[in-house]
Design a protein around this ligand. Sequence first.
Ligand code: NAD
Ligand code: FES
Length: 282
Amino acid sequence: MFKIVTKRVLSAVNKLMEIEAPLVARKARPGQFIILRVRENGERIPLTVADSSKERGTITIIFQEIGKTTKELGSLQEGDYLSDFVGPLGRPMELPSSGRVVAVGGGVGIAPIYPKVKAFYDAGLEVISIIGARTADLLILEDEMRAVSSELHICTDDGTKGHHGFVSDLLQPLLDDTSKKIDEIIAVGPLPMMRVVAEQTRPYGVKTLVSLNPIMVDGTGMCGCCRVTVGGETKFSCVDGPVFDAHQVDFAELTRRSRTYLDKEKIALEKFEHECRCGGEK
Ligand code: NAD
Ligand code: FES
């Protein structure tokens, strides 16, 4: 059993939890993820390690309450326990040895990009960060991102904070600025955003990475659920990724696959919300 030692509400839909998991914390590195189960026989969900502390023996996760399991997770309180917490999984991200990196985080994707930006910054790289959300109230980790970025640019879809528009709008002038060479771009967020960024940077020939979160089950390369085509080859996101070369990812296929269980997820969420309203067993 894994204790929730801290819980913070980041926005109307995003929550942060610090989980006591010393063995995972001892090995976790930026770019890796965990798989948790709220309770026995529950759904397994992958979440990026947003932060880790060897000293405290904890892993921080940030999640959006979007489906049944994330809502169930969000209903737990400090002092409650998760039944399973497995990791660290996936390949740690490789750090460039020097240069200028642009990090693009969209919505809840700001959570998985934060530890990568922190690692870049701690390694002495210049990090220009762009973060965006639908509206100001949904923008998460602004202070944390500012603390580990050389420059921070903010946007919202409705203009309630920063630039009025998408993260890709803010990336464009950086790509066009020939006085500042960009060595690497990393983008994490919803699939449409990562796909747009990949197409946007392709003509400039700038190395661009994305962190994918396809459907996962075992997280160990056995079930094949997380397969993604990269450079014409089948890769398993859980063991070969989750970070891949954005220009090689088949986003059309990935988008189709990510919709496979939408109807079942909707039914499970409706059932869970009905049970909560009736005070029944979750
Ligand atoms: P969202 O739809 O609110 O988008 C967040 C931001 O991304 C927007 O404010 C905008 O700046 C940018 N964006 C979105 N669509 C864009 C487009 N077509 N072109 C350019 N920019 C665009 O995102 P959200 O609701 O916070 O996130 C939910 C999604 O994120 C889910 O689909 C989830 O699967 C995904 N997600 C991905 C990861 C990952 O590791 N890649 C992790 C967690 C969640
Ligand atoms: Fe099963 Fe990746 S989640 S192979």
